[in-house]
Design a protein around this ligand. Structure first.
Ligand SMILES: Nc1ncnc2c1ncn2[C@@H]1O[C@H](COP(=O)(O)OP(=O)(O)O)[C@@H](O)[C@H]1O
Ligand SMILES: [Mg+2]
Length: 241
């Protein structure tokens, strides 16, 4: 079978229930979603509707309560802890709202860090990937700086470089512009669009419809379910926000 015709991500009837004290929170209540290689998907929906939970499960940072999830046509439910970590490290690139750079590592060391967990990757290969991915985001000239010496927009570009350095199958971005002013936010969106044009598969959470339009698919979540796909009319937007 032609593997490229299979979804990269295939999610069916996915649920996630959190239990805290006596309270049961149904964060996801039956999500169906397929993401093909080369897709740029924007996920939006009101606060608390389950966007981050879904992204964490897609990125193997969390496990579902029920349902099926196949990554690269392989079920991920029964993977060992070590296999999950290895697949996460090789297949997933994360970009978070708060950048999540390590303050006492330089820009280059931050980008290199996930690569050091790859057994068998020679140091020269790591250095080359660090250089290339920082050049890709226009931050190579800040290699020896520390995160605190950079603007928020620059820090997020470094975080994008860190996500790219391992050549992942998919980039997952959770509100990547949430801590940025509109100019820097636009610049990060431009960068993601360029990466997508070059072939990257991206799944991005955003609650800003202007940013969602950068994507070629818009998925809307509400109360733990995918309720619609495509651009919503202003009336529909009012109903779900
Ligand atoms: N670790 C957790 N423990 C308990 N409840 C959680 C946890 N993470 C998320 N939730 C709850 O799950 C629901 C969905 O959260 P989340 O996925 O963060 O939503 P969103 O990203 O769309 O704002 C919310 O009601 C939230 O309070
Ligand atoms: Mg969230």
């Amino acid at each position: 079978m032609d593997e490229t015709a299979q979804p990269l991500i295939q999610i069916e009837a996915l649920t996630k229930v959190f239990y805290t004290d006596e309270i049961e929170t149904h964060a996801l209540s039956g999500v169906h979603l397929a993401i093909m290689r080369g897709d740029y998907v924007a996920m939006s929906g009101p606060s608390g509707c389950g966007k981050s939970t879904l992204l964490s499960i897609i990125g193997l940072l969390d496990t579902p309560t029920n349902g099926r999830y196949q990554l690269n046509s392989k079920p991920v439910e029964n993977l060992s802890f070590a296999e999950r970590s290895r697949i996460r490290n090789q297949e997933i690139g994360f970009i978070f709202q708060s950048f999540n750079l390590i303050g006492d590592l330089t820009v280059a060391e931050n980008v290199e860090l996930p690569l050091t967990y790859r057994s068998g990757m020679p140091a020269a290969d790591r250095k080359r990937r660090v250089q290339e991915s920082l050049e890709r985001v226009g931050m190579a000239h800040r290699m020896r700086h520390y995160p605190s010496q950079l603007s928020g927009g620059q820090q997020q570009r470094v975080a994008v470089a860190r996500a790219l350095a391992g050549s992942p199958s998919i980039l997952l971005a959770d509100e990547p512009t949430g801590n940025l002013d509109s100019k820097n936010g636009e610049a990060v969106m431009e960068l993601l669009s360029e990466l997508h044009k070059e072939g990257a598969t991206i799944c991005m959470v955003t609650h800003d419809p202007r940013f969602a339009r950068h994507a070629d698919r818009q998925v809307h979540l509400f109360d733990g379910k995918v309720i619609a796909e495509g651009e919503l009319s202003p009336e529909q937007l009012l109903q779900v926000q």
